[in-house]
Design a protein around this ligand. Structure first.
Ligand code: NAD
Ligand code: PRE
Length: 288
């Protein structure tokens, strides 16, 4: 139970977290801070937040027990720098960003006195939608949340954040930050790059829009995530750039292999390649 949550960035993820806490009676007051005034009006109307502010100041942050930063990952340094003047000594700071080395760097650099109370977190749940209007209760039910504890971590703050995520139905895992960024480069960031690239290829094809009139569920399934917010993904791929560059060059080898198989009309190799991928996808699908 917390008295005041201050949510910086009242969008899909932060808004859904606030709605879940409210529904379970785990928070008394939610204060929203966002740069988008219309989004704040939507959030108030939908009951996602109780009070709206467009700035970080004593009124929005001073009385917070927990400040949750749920903005695009590139904004963390400026937000942490702005927070430092207004935090109470024991306010817990956490985030939900998709890259975690960048979050820890921002906490360490811009909130050095408060670093022990900063908890880097990442819910593995979401969608291609954004804004307070997209927020809903139950988004995190039975979904994983990764916490990346650091060397100066206050154990009480870590426990508090863990308990809140568990209380709204999430399954919490602790993970080393480098491992986090390597895993999510492979299972989330790279697939988003492919989806954007694939849709872009249709844009670059003079007949692409004509062809798309005939596209079916294969195209729909493969490209849903290309509808995700461009700022969010520009930030993520730049923050995890080194891992992605490595994975992209490995993937070029996969494409080159397929190109060779096709060129040689190598039925056996193509069949084997598809069968191996199908097996892994089915095994994964049975447990997810
Ligand atoms: N969407 C997903 O599937 C998903 C899943 C897990 C984690 N995340 C991470 O969660 C974070 C938020 O993503 P989202 O999907 O909720 O995005 P969103 O676009 O729905 O919400 C972000 C909000 O932050 C606001 N904002 C932007 N800059 C700001 C600033 N400087 N100060 C205050 N508010 C600001 C925007 O106006 C917007 O309302 C991102 O860091 C993202 O990487 C997203
Ligand atoms: O379902 C989607 O649309 C998502 O992209 C969610 C998704 C993912 O890649 O699985 C996206 C980014 C996050 O950091 C976590 C979850």
């Amino acid at each position: 139970m917390i008295n005041q949550l201050t949510l910086i960035g009242v969008g899909l993820i932060g808004g859904s977290f606030a709605l879940d806490l409210k529904q379970r009676g785990l928070v008394n007051t939610v204060v929203g801070v966002d740069v988008n005034a219309q989004n704040l009006r939507d959030a108030l109307a939908l009951g996602v937040i109780d009070h709206a502010h467009t700035e970080i100041n004593a009124a929005s942050v001073g009385a917070a027990d927990l400040v949750l930063i749920a903005t695009p990952v590139s904004t963390l340094p400026e937000i942490c720098a702005a927070l430092t003047a207004y935090l109470s000594p024991r306010t817990i700071i956490s985030d939900v960003g998709s890259t975690k080395q960048s979050a820890l760097n921002a906490f360490r650099t811009h909130l050095p006195q408060h670093f022990a109370y900063c908890v880097a977190a990442h819910p593995i749940a979401g969608s291609e939608k954004s804004g307070a209007v997209a927020a809903y209760t139950g988004l995190f039910k039975q979904k994983k949340v990764i916490l990346c504890p650091h060397e100066q971590q206050d154990s009480g703050s870590l426990k508090k954040v863990e308990t809140l995520w568990q209380a709204i139905g999430a399954e919490v895992h602790d993970m080393n930050v480098a491992e986090h960024d390597a895993i999510f480069a492979a299972v989330s960031h790279l697939p988003h790059l492919f989806a954007f690239a694939y849709v872009h290829q249709m844009l670059d094809n003079p007949k692409g829009t004509e062809y798309l009139k005939f596209a079916g569920s294969g195209f729909r399934d493969f490209t849903r995530i290309a509808g995700s917010h461009p700022q969010m993904w520009t930030d993520i791929v730049l923050e995890n750039r080194d891992m992605l560059l490595k994975l992209l060059s490995e993937h070029l080898a996969q494409l080159a292999y397929l190109q060779t198989c096709l060129h040689n009309q190598d039925v056996e190799k193509l069949y084997q390649y598809f069968a191996e991928a199908k097996q892994l996808r089915e095994t994964w699908g049975q447990s997810h």
